[in-house]
Ligand binder design. Structure first.
Ligand code: CAA
Length: 371
């Protein structure tokens, strides 16, 4: 049993940290510049096999990337995480060869951006309650319905869309469809105005009799719910890494701030240092949970419980770290230009999306009693 990153993973962590510090910005527009720079480095499909345009790295290495990127720009972090784990992986895991040829290589190279369309107004936590339908017609399906809170909406080139093949409805009728940007019948709402992660476009998608050819169904009819759940296992580890990156950024900023105060002979109370010490210990614990889940996933084993624990612990920490570090910074942390203010706004949603932390508790509890 070992608790340290291998030398290889440590080197990768440093490589990603240098990349994020030197090449990424935390501006205000959709971060195409960051995404293009990541693509140029081969980072948009890091854990996908090289034969399909990916980086051929393991899942842990990908998680270290998302952590490093999120510490500089958490919006870029979530777009990359969604693109990779729930936008690109479905093609790799469930795509037929001709679907892989058409889309996977471009997604893995970052020439296309992927997004995931599951959530609906009445189906957020209860993912089985979706009502979007895919009605069989000659040569394919017609999709009708509406998805909300889609990360990368309007910017993405390919949406993985979950719909009920009707009749009949219900979870066992769920199937997955690949819908391209600009498809006739696809309408995208303007981006939501949000408290945080403002660079990441979040939109609704409306499907009005949208025709999807048979060859764009991913997996079998009825397999959709299991596909969604298995993808979310990996997706949640990505969000845990995003939380870890945000918590680390809060701690680094605040430790440097307190050091500056000490050097300037401004009194820093022991309580402030204890706060940083507590957060630091919890960050180590979050890293261990997140890296463990990534290793289990990387071995091809089911990681549902580990992923939920990592997501729960790490994103709760991100919110707590941002709030406590703002306390320590005092009024200077309140300025809109202060990174702590941005970390605080960005952190909150990590507890809510990719399955709220209440859902993570349900998943963990079910695993405990085997139900
Ligand atoms: N892997 C594979 N299969 C799984 C699975 C997993 N992790 N979890 C469940 N399944 C299978 C079960 O084996 C079961 O199969 P059978 O029907 O063949 O027996 C089936 O799925 C149903 O499982 P459950 O009984 O557990 O399903 P449920 O209806 O009780 O729901 C839930 C479980 C965990 C609450 C689920 O609804 C859920 O995860 N909700 C949250 C949804 C979510 O995370 N949405 C995120 C949206 S994407 C996003 O946020 C991205 C972003 O922008 C950042």
């Amino acid at each position: 049993m070992t608790f340290a990153l291998s030398e290889y993973h440590q080197q990768k962590k440093e490589e990603f940290r240098r990349f994020a510090a030197a090449e990424l910005d935390s501006g205000s527009e959709f971060p195409w510049t960051n995404l293009n720079r990541a693509a140029a480095k081969g980072y948009m499909g890091l854990p996908l096999p090289k034969e399909w345009g990916g980086g051929g790295e393991d899942f842990l290495t990908y998680i270290l990337l998302i952590e490093a990127v999120s510490a500089v720009c958490a919006s870029t972090g979530v777009i990359m995480a969604v693109h990779t784990s729930v936008g690109t992986y479905p093609l790799f895991l469930y795509g037929r060869d001709e679907q892989k040829k058409r889309y996977l290589e471009k997604l893995a190279r970052g020439e296309m951006l992927g997004a995931f369309a599951l959530t609906e107004t009445g189906a957020g936590s209860d993912a089985a309650a979706i009502t979007t339908t895919a009605t069989r017609v000659k040569g394919g399906y017609r999709i009708n319905g509406c998805k909300i809170f889609i990360t990368g909406g309007g910017e993405a080139d390919l949406y993985t869309v979950f719909a009920l093949v009707s009749p009949p409805g219900g979870r066992r009728a769920m199937a997955v469809f690949l819908v391209e940007k600009g498809a006739p019948g696809l309408e995208v709402s303007p981006p939501e105005r949000k408290m945080g992660l403002n660079r990441s476009a979040t939109t609704a998608l409306y499907f009005n009799d949208l025709f999807v050819p048979e060859e764009n169904r991913l997996g079998e009819e009825g397999a959709g719910f299991g596909i969604a759940m298995s993808l979310l296992d990996g997706g949640r580890i990505g969000i845990a890494a995003q939380g870890l990156g945000l918590a680390g950024a809060c701690l680094d900023y605040t430790a440097a701030l307190l050091k500056k105060r000490i050097e300037a002979d401004i009194e820093v109370g022991q309580g402030s240092l204890f706060t940083l010490a507590d957060l630091s210990a919890r960050k180590q614990a979050a890293a261990l949970l997140t890296y463990r889940a990534a290793v289990v996933k990387g071995c091809g084993r089911r990681c549902t419980g580990q992923a939920s624990m990592a997501k729960l612990f790490s994103t709760d920490l991100a919110v707590e770290a941002a709030a406590r570090c703002l306390d320590l910074a005092g009024l200077e942390g309140m300025s809109d230009n202060n990174p702590l203010a941005r970390y605080f706004r960005d952190a909150k949603v990590t507890q809510i999306y990719e399955g709220s932390n209440q859902i993570q508790r349900i998943v963990i509890a079910r695993e405990l009693h085997g139900g």
